[in-house]
Each structure stands twice: as C-alpha cells, then as structure tokens.
Design a protein. Structure first.
Length: 172
C-alpha cells in the first residue's frame, strides 16, 4: 500500500507501540514521528530502531490527545487504535486530531477490527476494552472527518461477525 503512494515528506504513527508499523512507514518518508502512551513501548521502539539507524525516526511518549499540533504531514497512521477508543467523544477527537495532522492532499492509514452487523464492546483480560464499531458507522466517521476513502481492504475475518480492515484515505 505504501509503495503505491508518492514519496512522503513526513509521517506520524499515532499509538505506534513498539514501532512495528513505524519502521516500514519510515522507509517511505523523509522523516517519521511515532507516538505512544507507553514509555515502555517507546523504549522498545527505540531499541528496535538501532538496526535501522539510517532511518529518520523519532519516538515520543504521548497520548493521542496530547500529540502536538505540528506542521501537517503527508501521512498519518493509526493502526489498530480507534477500536480501543470506547467513548464516542474520545473517538471523534482522535479522528479530528488525525485530520489536523494530515496536510491537504495527504493520507490517513487506518487498520481496525470492525463489526459487520451489530456493534460489539468486549472486555479482555488485563483490563483491555475494545469497541468494534459497525463498518458503515466507521466509514461515515472517516468521511465526516474530511477524508475520502480511496482503498478499503479486508486483512482478516476475525469471526463470522467481524473483520479487520485496512483503509487508506486522502484529505482533499
């Protein structure tokens, strides 16, 4: 997906975790920032980057709401994050934050687990809670945030009722 895009001037990976997706993004961008709320995961991301010192990547600790409003970038990635935002207000703020970070003509890359029929909220061991929004509601929220969906790909079928989708969106 990233190889089909023009060269990215700069990119941001929001909730990057240990940088699993940040590093591949950095191969296509002039400079990449990765943000995550976990200082432990940011330390892991920095350690993993040592083998790829040629990449221009910085990792910083910040929650989605606290990612600074920098100059807009060519690509913002938010991989597997929006389903973790259970409350509607937090979910809407995250999409608004993404929109504010993407330059005109830039891209938003999303991956999330979604419900095909009825929305589902699940609590997992360790206190993790996820809200799997309906595909149509998720896509409408993307459109409402000012993006156009240019690619939707099902990565995996999670169950008879849910899918893991990748979205590439543009901001006009």
């Amino acid at each position: 997906t990233l190889g089909a895009l023009p060269t990215l001037r700069a990119a941001i990976d929001i909730a990057c975790g240990a940088g699993r997706f940040t590093r591949p993004i950095a191969h296509h961008a002039g400079h990449t920032l990765g943000y995550d709320i976990s200082s432990t995961l940011i330390a892991d991301a920095r350690d993993a980057l040592r083998d790829e010192a040629h990449l221009s990547v910085q990792f910083k600790v910040a929650a989605i709401d606290d990612v600074p409003s920098l100059d807009p970038v060519t690509l913002v990635a938010c991989m597997g994050v929006l389903s973790c935002l259970v409350h509607d207000g937090q979910y809407a703020r995250a999409l608004k934050k993404c929109a504010s970070l993407v330059e005109q003509g830039g891209y938003l890359l999303l991956v999330d687990t979604l419900a095909e029929n009825s929305e589902v909220t699940r609590a997992y061991r360790g206190g993790y809670v996820a809200r799997y929004r309906r595909v149509d509601h998720y896509e409408q929220a993307i459109l409402n945030a000012g993006f156009t969906i240019i690619l939707r790909r099902t990565i995996a079928r999670m169950s008879a009722e849910s899918v893991n989708n990748l979205y590439l969106c543009s901001r006009q």
